[in-house]
Design a protein around this ligand. Structure first.
Ligand code: 26Y
Length: 852
């Protein structure tokens, strides 16, 4: 009887339109006649969501029935971007001829057309879900996509920030931050689950009811402040599968409990205020990328999220009535950096204090459950918490950390009896002044069975630098590598549909199944020398460059910066990523200044513009990226880029040979336009500082070539695509320490090229009103030890850029061949491969496939 009443998915034009109109008229309470693009976006999303929810339910039921081991990916950041286009691509409907399935995108596009809407315009109405800073957050988003695609029973857990990463405006060349209130119109993709709410406690004190004084005995934490975590679920559809996984984000709400003590004392206002403060926990994403600030509210966010997520995970585990010893066979929890490390402590607390397990039995379960991914070796990004602040907020957790440390150090002492230095170095508690600090990375290592870096070089580096002593203690096997990857669905199919289609034709896979097995791209290599194919390939790139030129024109109030006539003859040289000194956007803009001055000098010496163009052919230098609001140097770099753009773009004498563009508010949806349009992209971090990088993979997947240092995943990209197809330069990571040392103790030795550039900046050429504006940037190189080694790499950077020009302008066919061969060999960097590696070597989980 019930099956008759089952909700049905829409399967054809008519079915979609019925749903769409239904949502317009009832859910949105509008009529089709006053339905604008925004309402059309909402109604389309709700219609598509209906289908996803049906598959979501089926997926969850299947998993509950089979009860396999599940993966939980804990990340404070999920940089999802837009959901609608991705859902349309991933979700399948039956083909009109009834022979098999196809993506629902064409169907929905056609249906919307009939109703008088253009899908492109409707898609544009969706705000980005920008709940992340950069690489780490986007990696989490790619991973949930791949886990769903591979039918891995996996949930993501994070926070539902009211404000995502700020929107960046550029005013007079300076970054200005404005709040990203992304939920303004409500979010059709979220499912509010008011019935799933978890109380979370802070502050208070610890009691031991048994009278036992040992902190190892079950204890009771009598909390002070209490808030509720309410679940919001976001469906995560896989590609060419009916699996729909879940991303659960928590929102903080006041408890309905009322503080009667305060109320009765007449302090009604205060008691309401305190409740309102609850919501501030999930109000805003911290906008720091790779920089630790140690704010109390951030620690509160972390505990709030870990406590709610673990509670949820344990509730689900308990449904299967298995003994606690089997918890690690049922649950794998991945820590995305140290941000969720409190979950380790919380699980130990639950097992010991609430479930009354023996300390050591509990700890054994904890370690088998968790694994930790490190994303950086830079000291300033490593999380540490002062014990004072920590103990006030989480008194019982502090006790547990001390005990974990005590047993750990005892183990170390047994292995290395006389090494007092070692004990101090590996202690989870750092004896620092003015105060002791908890080293979260060390806690994460001790509390996990596996620790991984995110690219081979990085994984080697963590073993020889920050975690060296832990390799001594635990041996090599605990430390492993899983090189990052990206989802080819979003970063090839969605961002670059023309290239995806051309590839499908070329390798005889019109249904684009290669997006599930990117090793099949190697078949493209056969076509690398085929002039017809090269021409088609080049045409796709040219069309994508036109789209980017359109975006740049719109940013510039409708005025073109890049000469339309010469787009396919202008090298698009792009660096888009968070602004950070270690990523060296300053070196890039110095290179631009050098080029500008060189062009000017040749002209002055009487060369014709044609002659100049031989040496310095057309180039557009394109930048984008946000700076942390409090990062002074990064903000100054943004200002310098904009100031240089102002001078260069308005210099009539150089006749469009060089253009400089800063694209404001770089985000996921802008990346989807920018990345497919690149000829060359820059990944030029000081060797040893960029753990992996993931945009490098995205650019290569879209047929762009790379100029880069021997750093992060650039190393493996080189190995996969071949060293002829990448422009590497600069010093190697093994020499960085010595080079830095030299800078500290010797007079700065400036290469003449750099000297010319720095002097020009210091002359006030780019800031006539305030000639010393950029002094901190030039001083950091000349006076303060050039920590990021710009002076050491500048000459080889310039030389390599000259080589780039020669190949792009002088041997275009060679260039295109390199581009094709790169894409042919980029398959390794699919995040599907990452998820396979995590599943096999760290999580020990298997797919749960939907029945065919
Ligand atoms: C301490 C806290 C404020 C903090 C917040 C955000 C620390 C770090 C971060 C973000 C780090 C991050 O995005 N790291 C990047 O991770 C990518 C994915 O693994 C790498 O590709 C990239 O090299 C690394 O910088």
């Amino acid at each position: 009887v019930w099956s008759k009443h089952q909700v049905k998915k829409f399967e054809d034009n008519e079915g979609f339109q019925q749903r769409f109109i239904g949502h317009v008229e009832t859910t949105l309470a509008r009529s089709l006649y006053n339905c604008d693009d925004l309402a059309a976006y909402e109604a389309t999303s709700l219609s598509v969501r209906d289908n996803l929810i049906i598959n979501w339910n089926a997926t969850q039921q299947r998993i509950t029935a089979r009860d396999p081991k599940r993966v939980y990916y804990l990340s404070l950041e999920f940089l999802m971007g837009r959901a609608l286009d991705n859902a349309l691509i991933n979700m399948e409907v039956e083909k009109p001829d009834g022979k098999g399935m196809e993506s629902s995108r064409a169907l929905v596009s056609k249906s919307l057309d009939d109703l008088g809407f253009r899908l492109e315009d409707v898609l544009e109405k969706e705000p980005d879900a920008a709940l992340g800073n950069g690489g780490l957050g986007r990696l989490a988003a790619c991973f949930v996509d791949s886990m769903a695609t591979q039918n891995i029973p996996a949930w993501g857990y994070g926070l539902r920030y009211e404000y995502g990463i700020f929107a960046q405006k550029i005013i007079d060349g300076y970054q200005v931050e404005t709040p990203d209130y992304w939920l303004n119109f409500g979010d059709p993709w979220e499912i509010e689950r008011n019935e799933i709410h978890v109380p979370v406690t802070f502050y208070g004190y610890v009691d031991r009811p048994s009278g036992d004084t040992s902190t190892l005995a079950p204890s009771e934490w009598i909390g002070g402040e209490r808030v509720l975590a309410v679940a919001y679920d976001f469906p995560v559809p896989g590609y060419k599968t009916s699996t729909v996984n879940n991303l659960r984000l928590w929102k903080a709400k006041p408890t309905t409990e009322f503080d009667f003590a305060k109320f009765n004392s007449g302090d009604y206002k205060n008691s309401v205020d305190q409740q309102q403060r609850a919501e501030s926990i999930t109000a805003v994403l911290y906008p720091n990328d790779n920089f630790n600030q140690g704010k109390e509210l951030r620690l509160k966010q972390q505990y709030f999220w870990c406590a709610a997520s673990l509670h949820d995970i344990i509730r689900r585990f308990k449904k299967s009535h298995k003994p606690w010893s089997e918890f690690p066979e049922q649950v794998a929890i991945q820590l995305n950096d140290t941000h969720p490390t409190l979950a380790v402590v919380e699980l130990q607390r639950i097992l010991v204090d609430m479930e009354k397990l023996d300390w050591h039995a509990a700890w054994d379960i904890v370690v088998k459950t968790f694994s930790y991914t490190n994303h950086t070796v830079m000291q300033e990004a490593l999380e540490k918490w002062p014990v004072g602040l920590f103990g006030k907020l989480l008194p019982r957790h502090l006790e547990i950390i001390y005990d974990v440390n005590w047993f750990f150090l005892k183990e170390v002492e047994k292995k290395f009896p006389k090494d007092l230095g070692l004990l101090g170095r590996v202690s989870i508690i750092e004896e620092a002044s003015p105060e002791r600090q908890i080293r979260m990375a060390f806690l994460a290592i001790v509390g996990s069975h596996k620790v991984n870096g995110v690219a081979e070089l990085h994984s080697e580096l963590i073993k020889t630098t920050i975690f060296q002593d832990f390799v001594k203690v635990y041996g090599e096997k605990k430390f492993t590598n899983v090189t990052n990857g990206i989802t080819p669905r979003r970063w090839l199919k969605q961002a670059n549909p023309k290239l995806a289609e051309l590839i499908g034709q070329a390798i005889d896979d019109p249904d684009e199944n290669y997006l599930l097995d990117m090793s099949r791209l190697t078949e493209l290599a056969k076509k690398a020398d085929d002039p017809d194919f090269q021409e088609k390939w080049d045409k796709v790139k040219a069309a994508n460059k036109v789209q980017l030129a359109d975006l740049i024109r719109d940013i510039n109030n409708g005025v073109d910066i890049i000469d339309r006539e010469h787009i396919n003859n202008t090298l698009f040289d792009i660096q888009v990523k968070r602004i950070h000194e270690y990523k060296r956007q300053q070196m890039n803009i110095f290179g631009v200044i050098y080029r500008y001055l060189a062009i000017k000098r040749l002209l002055k010496e009487g060369a014709s513009i044609k002659e100049v163009a031989k040496k310095y052919p057309r180039k557009a230098s394109i930048f984008g990226g946000k700076s942390a609001p409090g990062y002074y140097m990064a903000k100054l770099i943004i200002k310098l880029i904009n100031s240089v753009a102002e001078v260069v773009n308005n210099d009539k004498e150089i006749q469009d040979l060089l253009k400089v563009v800063f694209i404001p508010d770089y985000n996921v949806s802008k990346a989807e336009i920018i990345i497919p349009a690149s000829d060359l992209s820059e990944h030029i971090s000081t060797a040893g500082t960029e753990a992996s990088g993931t945009s490098n993979m995205k650019f290569v997947m879209n047929g762009g070539l790379i100029i880069g240092t021997v750093d992060g995943a650039n190393v493996e990209i080189t190995r996969e695509i071949g060293e002829d197809n990448i422009f590497l330069f600069g010093n190697l990571s093994e020499n960085v320490e010595e080079l830095r040392y030299n800078h500290q103790f010797h007079e700065a030795e400036m290469p003449t090229e750099l000297d010319v550039v720095l002097k020009c900046i210091e002359s006030g050429k780019f800031c006539p009103d305030n000639a010393s504006e950029f002094r901190p940037l030039t001083d950091s190189i000349k006076q303060h030890g050039d920590y990021y080694l710009v002076s050491d790499d500048f000459e080889s950077y310039l030389a390599t850029q000259e080589l780039v020009d020669e190949v792009y302008h002088g041997q275009r066919q060679e260039w295109i061949k390199k581009s094709i061969l790169s894409v042919a060999n980029v398959g390794f960097f699919s995040s599907d491969r990452c998820i396979e590696e995590y599943s096999e070597t760290i999580w020990n989980v298997e797919p749960v496939k939907p029945e065919e």
